[in-house]
Ligand binder design. Structure first.
Ligand code: ADP
Ligand code: MG
Length: 196
């Protein structure tokens, strides 16, 4: 399973946006074929801000292919993928990179850096992509840890000192600090439980 969540808070930029009132993402008559294999056939979906969409299907049915299409890693054979009304096919590399910074991903294994503290892990994307003071960064990190229900005391710990469930929450916090418009994650990685 995979969930696609859209955030209430939006950061729109005129550069990327054809129509700010259009749905966040739309899939229109999307087909993806690999040779003779039709993986996605005539998918029509609209993601609005604030919605959670859950895609369920057996292994190999095309969930990851759909996700990769949404983030522009797989080009549709036919049909369109629109971000706020604008076809991803018209985005250049720089715009695609900019778009991906607005999407949050939580990877299966949370993929934390073992040698960094939890605080440094959560701050990592901010250091890469945002200009903010150390104080502001510290505040943002603490807020994100609070939002995912982790105690402040984890901030100086290392990933190995946390349970698997807590590490997943850290992965979510790291995606949330970027204030994403769209959050993509595997539903079986939900962080409702501290048990594996
Ligand atoms: N880049 C690719 N080239 C060729 N076939 C692919 C590619 N990516 C996925 N597929 C095929 O598409 C089908 C759907 O895969 P996938 O989206 O990974 O399924 P799942 O629903 O388990 O995430 C599978 O048959 C897979 O082998
Ligand atoms: Mg998959």
């Amino acid at each position: 399973m995979m969930t696609v969540e859209t955030m209430e808070q939006l950061r729109t930029s005129e550069q990327l946006t054809a129509n700010p009132d259009a749905p966040l993402m739309q899939l229109k008559e999307l087909h993806v074929e690999f040779g003779k294999q039709h993986v996605l056939r005539d998918i029509n979906l609209s993601f609005k801000s604030g919605q959670t969409i859950v895609v369920i299907g057996e292994s190999g049915c095309g969930k990851t292919v759909m996700l990769k299409s949404i983030i522009g890693l797989i080009k549709p054979t036919r049909g369109e993928i629109l971000y706020r009304g604008r076809d991803l096919a018209t985005f250049n590399e720089r715009e695609m990179t900019e778009l991906r910074t607005r999407f949050g991903f939580v990877f299966q294994q949370a993929a934390l850096f073992d040698s960094l503290t939890i605080g440094q892990n959560v701050a990592f994307p901010l250091k890469q992509h945002r200009a903010m003071s150390d104080e502001e960064m510290d505040q943002t990190v603490r807020q994100a840890l609070f939002d995912v229900g982790l105690p402040e005391s984890v901030i100086y710990k290392r990933p190995a000192e946390l349970s698997g469930g807590m590490r997943k929450r850290v992965g979510l916090a790291r995606a949330l600090v970027m204030d994403p418009e769209l959050m993509l994650r595997r539903a079986d990685d939900r962080v409702g439980s501290d048990h594996e």
